[in-house]
Write a protein of this length. Sequence first.
Length: 214
Amino acid sequence: MKKKRRLNIKRILIVVILFALIIVGAVLAIQKLTHKEEKVTEVKEVAAIEAYGYTLKENATAYYKKLFKQLEKTLNEKEIDEEKYAELVAQMFVADFFNLENKISKNDVGGKQFVYLNYQNDFEKFAMDSMYKSVESDVYGERNQQLPEVSNVTVTKVKQASYKYGENTDENAYIYNFEIEYKKDLGYQTKGSLTLIHNDKKIEVASMSEESAK
């Protein structure tokens, strides 16, 4: 009798285990059918100006892509028009930094490649704690947040002047005022000023202000 009971218990356990496996398998199959696989958004570089280290991402706006082509043309000339170069750097920095619509997260800070190399880390931290602080993640392409898209940037050269940064001084730094147009006014900054300095053959952004320069 005891042996028979043991056999019956074993049979019941086997049936229970098989039943449990069937249920688990069915649940997994249903999940696979009803839930699409989440794909992480990958943004590729589609162009580069290698001699200067500038790159263009595929999700850049049509306006920014147009500026990039102008920059590429300017820097490929035998004799580079420095004022045109400085103007484009100012426009592209503003166009990328203030355009949040195409940013993947608050860590995806625009305009960084135009910032003076030694200031880039501090600039990135500043941006993430201010302008980019409220940018929601769009890693899976499901963000519904309304964010600004820059449609045009107008820059006006104010002057060239001496500018001290760290232990260095640029005697011919460029001072620009800028005005921003957005596809839709969401209350973001629309004007300000930039200081651009020379760093070897590159012209880079050294400071930005919400006030226009005089």
